[in-house]
Design a protein around this ligand. Sequence first.
Ligand SMILES: [Zn+2]
Length: 359
Amino acid sequence: MTFQVFQKSLSLNPTPIVRRFVSAVLLILVALTAAAETTVPAVSLRQLGDGRDIQMRSAQNFDVEFLPGDDGWVSSTVSLADAARRVVSRAAQDAFQMRIRIVMAPDKDSFLKLVGPWAENSSAVAIPSARTVVVNLEAVRTPAGGELGQVLAHEFSHLYVGVRCPRPLPRWLDEGIAMQLARQGGIEDASALVWGKWLGRLIPLKELERQFPVQADRQRLAYRQSNAVTRFVIEQDFDGSLTKLLARLGSETEGARTAEFYWTPVNRQALQNRWISTIGSFSEVAMLTLSSGFFWGTVGILTVVAWVAVRRRRRQLHSEWDKEERIYAALDEEEEKVWGASEAEEQPDEEPWKHRDRN
Ligand SMILES: [Zn+2]
């Protein structure tokens, strides 16, 4: 009852003091809610719920969460993360000073429990909304998992794009930018794409807009394509400058429109056609052949082909020689029958004049 009266008086004739009080309370509530949203981490080792003692160390604007057995990783992770942050800042020409949380998952099982089974082949995952990177320590310990500094640069690129771009990007572009920024990919990627085109196995960009294939080799191809298409975009439309692409995507006035451009089916299709037409051109294949991995592969194949050819030729010659031997043997036999065996022929023919003397 009293509440109703209060509400009525508030709505009908609120005094300036009451109005200010209510707005202040509302403002505080909004601020608290916003703060709660940004400070509560989306992912934490606490979610593993196995009662292990979770540790946290903060340095250089990074908060690293880890389990006691992994404390040896922390200081190197912080210095690699700092270097990775500088890589992003340099590429984007933008101080990238936001606080970043790094969660060190001790093994693959706990990593998948935290981020989801889709990340089965990943070394790390970025969650831009929570400004968090979750690292799969089991993968990073193996050479196949990639170098941790490079992995962090890749993930920080996702954080940067997620925070700065006013509109989410198609996945292939987001991944391509991260790979370009972390300088990932090599000559074997280019040759895989040439083979992919020749065998008709490339994945349409449309299928790489929201998610990547889970199957390991298709997923690898998806990353390779994303990297190559993004490089093509940078070369063709941004004067070869990743910085220009990032600046456009992060721009308040043009960012959303630029992202929209790559989502638009007709633009995506045109881009895909233009890109595919450049794969496997004479200059690219020549470049691949002269480059290390592919070059030695080609040399290896040519060596085997040459060896087989030489072997066949030798066999042919041997069979010819055998035939000749048999003919000569038959002729000798004939000769012996007619003339009888000659002793002189068995002697070395070093000094023919002596033979003559003796005869
Ligand atoms: Zn990525």
